[in-house]
Design a protein around this ligand. Structure first.
Ligand SMILES: [Mg+2]
Length: 391
């Protein structure tokens, strides 16, 4: 089963202010680099979609009401939605704040046929969270997600195994997972416009045009074969890093340098988990093992090491620990948003320069190893900085 909230961010705004119910609505970052997060269906009909530049959406729908995102609200409603889903089965795989797969194996014996389970989920989400969702049910992830997308908004669709081929084959090729503009153009060159066309082309021909893995993959999907299981997981509540000093340290410069290393390590983990958090906490353990923590909540979630370091330094500085001997320091980021969602988080309207630098650094380290690139301040930190690849 695939469950997806309808126009999630816009729906949460309407839930908060019901007088907006009949207003064309776009939730979008407002600055010069802002992008659209969500829009009501009447505005989508004009070509507005998530990920689009806000300036472009304004030209397409000048009459719409543009609202800035309220991330805390979305995270709260998302938490309520995921709770409903996990009450049906623990086998829930969230894809983003507003979308998840459920494995119904074993569920239907308890709760009735899949459509009954789906309708009760839809009713409960509407009762408890005041928003609508759409549900697709099928024997594979691919078909279930597609069935749900075509039932939108506020619908439910079940595709039984014997109906899968008839359901899929008339649909355009770009409905196949993995078919973007480039692959779509290659398929069009082969004269293939529907999923049925792909199904009736040999794997050899598809592989010649697209490469072996992609050719085989699309062929299997076109026949409704998709072996990916539902992989249940729950988002982490916090991400962080800490370091115990080999001998107790009282030098504030050394402590700051450790905070910098920890901030970057934490940020890398956040980015790897495709999440970000609003509360930065530092932990200090003194030589006598007594431990304190201090935290600060930011206006917006961050996954940027430079920002985390800045907050950690403020918190550390405010403690006034001039000559205290420390055994351990740690940094955690809590209040995670998007909990590991595979979709790109949109983090408001800040200058994204720092974030881009750190993402680029992730890519370099991914290719050349962790010691390939680091903050200059951290260069003399012993063997880790002197890898065989040099600096
Ligand atoms: Mg959605």
């Amino acid at each position: 089963m695939h469950v997806d909230m309808d126009a999630f961010y816009a729906s949460v705004e309407i839930r908060r202010d019901p007088t907006l119910r009949d207003t064309p609505l776009v939730v979008a970052g407002q600055g010069p680099r802002g992008v659209v997060l969500s829009a009501t269906y009447d505005v989508r009909a004009l070509g507005v979609h998530a990920g689009q530049a806000t300036s472009r959406a304004r030209r397409l729908a000048p009459h719409a009401l543009f609202l800035s995102p309220e991330h805390d609200d979305y995270a709260r409603v998302s938490g309520g939605v995921m709770e409903v889903l996990r009450s049906i089965t623990p086998r829930v795989e969230p894809l983003s704040l507003d979308e998840a797969f459920l494995d119904l194996a074993g569920v239907t014996r308890r709760l009735g046929p899949p459509e009954t389970v789906g309708e009760s989920i839809r009713a409960r989400i509407f009762d408890e969270q005041g928003i609508t969702c759409s549900v697709g049910i099928a024997d594979t992830k691919f078909t279930a997600k597609l069935a749900g997308a075509l039932a939108k908004p506020d619908g439910l669709s079940v595709i039984r195994p014997e109906q899968v081929v008839d359901f899929l084959h008339p649909l355009p090729v770009d409905r196949l997972w993995g078919v973007g503009e480039r692959t779509g153009a290659l398929l069009t060159d082969l004269g293939l416009t529907t999923i049925g066309d792909v199904a009736h082309t040999s794997v050899e021909t598809l592989s010649r045009a697209l490469g072996a893995a992609a050719g085989r993959g699309l062929y299997e999907l076109a026949w409704g074969r998709d072996r990916r299981p539902v992989i249940p997981w729950e988002p982490e509540r916090s991400i962080g890093a800490e370091e115990t000093f080999p001998t107790d340290v009282d030098d504030p410069v050394a402590i700051r340098r450790t905070l910098l290393a920890l901030a970057h390590r934490t940020a890398t983990r956040l980015r790897r988990a495709k999440t970000a958090g609003r509360t930065v906490t530092i932990k200090i353990r003194f030589a006598d093992f007594s431990t304190i923590t201090r935290g600060r909540t930011l206006r917006e979630a961050t996954d940027v090491g430079h920002e985390i370091y800045h907050v950690a330094c403020l918190l550390h500085g405010a403690l006034g620990l001039e000559r205290a001997r420390l055994r351990l320091v740690g940094i955690r980021v809590e209040g995670l948003v998007g909990g590991g969602c595979p979709r790109q988080l949109v983090l408001g309207e800040r200058d994204p320069g720092r974030r881009e630098v750190e993402r680029a650094a992730d890519a370099v380290r991914g290719r050349f190893g962790d010691s390939a690139l680091t903050a200059a301040t951290l260069l003399d930190r012993g063997p880790r900085a002197r890898g065989p690849r040099g600096r």
